[in-house]
Ligand binder design. Structure first.
Ligand SMILES: [Zn+2]
Length: 165
């Protein structure tokens, strides 16, 4: 093979790699700047509806717990459950984490956080083991959660009970 041919092949490979890199950068940029796509949003909505039905069936709870997507969460958090005096109970899911594994976010993280939220509905604000009590675990399992282990190192609940006024 002549030198020219080899260098052409080399140039070709370099070019393909560069195009691929630019494509990856673009995908990353697109993910960061755009909202989650409609497919994922529908999946979250369906799962939330199912969780609400399970909460009603198992605990007779009718409280409609909002599930919001946030792009401003700390990167080590997948989701959070928040109880605040003025806004009530809210679940947040970390938008950036949907990039890696959508099923994990929906089948593991969402039920995990939903179980924290139900603890708040039941007025159990125990912070023992960062809210991962035996009771929380039972609720998590009853919600068909796939991530109901009690020994997690993330602090994923915030409780603000005091009336600021
Ligand atoms: Zn948790």
């Amino acid at each position: 093979m002549g030198i020219k041919k080899v260098s052409n092949i080399f140039l070709f490979i370099t070019l393909i790699s560069a195009i691929f890199l630019i494509y990856l950068w673009y995908k990353d940029y697109e993910f960061k700047t755009k909202p989650l796509n409609q497919d994922i949003i529908s999946k979250i909505e369906q799962k939330t509806k199912h969780l609400r039905q399970l909460a009603y069936k198992n605990y007779n709870i009718t409280y409609d717990i909002p599930v919001l997507i946030s792009k401003n969460m700390k990167n080590n958090l997948f989701g959070m459950a928040i109880y605040s005096y003025d806004k009530g109970i809210i679940i947040y899911l970390n938008k950036n984490r949907f990039k890696e594994n959508i099923d994990y976010m929906i089948d593991s993280v969402l039920p995990h956080e939903y179980a924290h939220a139900i603890m708040f509905v039941l007025k159990d604000f125990s912070k023992k083991n960062a809210g991962h009590s035996k009771k929380w675990q039972d609720i998590c399992i009853s919600l068909e959660g796939k991530k109901c282990d009690r020994f997690v190192n993330n602090n994923d609940i915030i409780i603000e009970k005091t009336n600021p006024f």
